[in-house]
Design a protein around this ligand. Structure first.
Ligand code: GLN
Length: 480
């Protein structure tokens, strides 16, 4: 029997191609696992009842020798903020509890064309705001490694489903760390692509100048496979770009040597075992023959405050469309203003409301210059820091993904500042718009996964994949 906890897209494609397993058998195995595990983990908000039918149709096509696409039969979990036509899509919010998507997100369209199978839609922090998946209106997701702990967030459902063998891979979104931080908490891979590499059409907007759809997978190679399917320019998203034209590959040989910049950070503020995992990974790269240097971008320390001004500003504007008139929940009041108030009070959870208020404040007439404008200027400085480092020949910037391994459910939910500090290593990439990935780097003594984080220059996902695969190969025996 196939071990679903280990099965990769790469391997499954071979099995399907060689007719060692049918799409239906594969999907049935995942559905069985979901049946066993989802109750306790709460990764899926809905399991699609036509998953088997999708698989049968593919098997039929394969039998008839039809061209079925490069992801034929690959069962995926989809975060609940990515639209699949005709299906519920709620962003884990009461306000959209009964909302049905009227079109496919471009990434979904591409996956459908490639023959992927959608197992269900997964839990998340409401509208992707959070770092623990506790902000879901439908209950928290649990970490598969310890059910008393969070899986991270906001893409906690997709990540936990991959980590527990309830999906082969999945899609999530990353605005400030939502794919990478949970990936590090659950021992899987999470990729946040270069801003503009993947179309945002059909992704429910949180902060539009930060949001990107990305894959979560078991291996770096699988992330590369999925990324290559979903990337590319789309006329429905004017911020998407022609990836092929922009992408840069600096890898000229199989054993190309690179300059790896290790981020200087306050080690006292980071868990000791996380520091050790990073040190160990530096040694791995050194042994592989890469040059190690320290990097200390001067403005990076302002990333979290800069992020938590700009993101709420964009959130407050994006959330304005949920007014009880056009979408989802509608609660009647005494007059129109009252309708808005009632709907939004009943429809939104605390974190969403907090961000709408913060965002409205930093954009308001008297404070715009002091907060929003200033943060935009800081954003430009942080971008310049990155540019400079990459121009000096540094290929990637290496750091921890998160300051600690997974924390306990309830530990930070009443302390927004503590929760925001989860993003300390992941937010900078989004401020600059560069691609970043979290890769498993072993476990703590108590058995909790730890991730390392790599950032590359704009459109250099290739570098992340190259070094990521090298790292996985070099550590396969020790980290298993
Ligand atoms: N934790 C971050 C936040 O709450 C990131 C969320 C995300 O990437 N969607 O904003």
């Amino acid at each position: 029997m196939i071990d679903l906890n280990k099965l990769t897209i790469k391997k499954a494609r071979e099995l399907i191609k060689n007719k060692e397993v049918s799409c239906q058998e594969l999907v049935s195995a995942y559905l069985k696992k979901i049946e066993e595990k989802n109750k306790e983990i709460n990764a899926y908000l809905e399991v699609f009842d036509d998953a088997i039918k999708q698989a049968q149709e593919l098997d039929e096509k394969i039998k008839n020798g039809e061209d079925v696409g490069e992801l034929a039969g690959i069962p995926l979990a989809i975060k609940d903020n990515i639209l699949i036509k005709g299906r519920l899509c709620s962003s884990a919010s009461r306000i959209l509890e009964n909302y049905h998507a009227t079109y496919d997100a471009t990434a979904i369209k591409k996956l459908k064309r490639a023959g992927a199978i959608f197992l269900g839609r997964t839990n998340m922090d409401e509208f992707a705001m959070g770092a623990s998946t506790e902000n879901s209106a439908f209950g928290p997701t649990k970490n598969p490694y310890d059910l008393e702990r969070v899986p991270g967030g906001s893409s906690g459902g997709s990540i936990a489903s991959v980590a527990s063998g309830m999906a082969m891979a999945g899609l999530g979104s990353d605005t400030g760390g939502s794919l990478r931080q949970p990936a590090s908490f659950c021992g899987v891979v999470g990729l946040s692509p270069t801003y503009g590499a993947v179309s945002r059409y059909g992704l429910m907007a949180m902060a539009s100048s930060f949001d990107q759809i990305g894959p979560t997978t078991k291996t770096v190679e699988d992330a590369e496979i999925l990324f290559n399917v979903i990337k590319g320019q789309d006329k429905m998203d004017s911020t998407s770009v022609d990836y092929v034209k922009h992408s840069v590959s600096n890898i000229s040989a199989n054993n190309h040597k690179m300059k790896i910049g290790v981020l200087k950070y306050d080690r006292a503020g980071v868990d000791e075992e996380v520091n050790k995992a990073l040190d160990d990974s530096v040694e791995v790269f050194r042994k592989l023959g890469h040059e190690i240097v320290e990097v200390d971008p001067p403005h990076i320390k302002y990333s979290v405050p800069c992020y938590y001004i700009l993101v709420p500003a964009e959130v407050s504007s994006n959330m304005a469309r949920f007014d009880g008139v056009r979408y989802g929940l509608s609660v009647g009041g005494k007059n129109l203003i009252d309708d808005y108030m009632e709907t939004r009070t009943k429809g939104f959870g605390n974190e969403v409301r907090r961000r709408i208020m913060l965002g409205t404040y930093v954009l308001s007439a008297g404070y715009y210059d002091a907060y929003y404008n200033k943060a935009q200027k800081v954003r430009a400085l942080i971008k310049k820091d990155f540019q400079k480092i990459f121009e000096q020949g540094v290929s990637i910037i290496l750091s921890p993904t998160s300051p600690t391994p997974a924390f306990k459910i309830g530990e930070k939910s009443n302390n927004p500042l503590q929760m925001y500090l989860e993003d300390i290593f992941t937010a900078p990439a989004k401020i600059a718009g560069v691609p970043a990935i979290s890769i498993p780097a072993g476990k703590s003594k108590s058995g909790l996964p730890i991730g390392i984080h790599m950032m590359a220059s704009w459109f250099e996902e290739d570098t992340l994949f190259y070094l990521g695969k090298q790292y996985e190969n070099a550590t396969a025996s020790t980290l298993a």
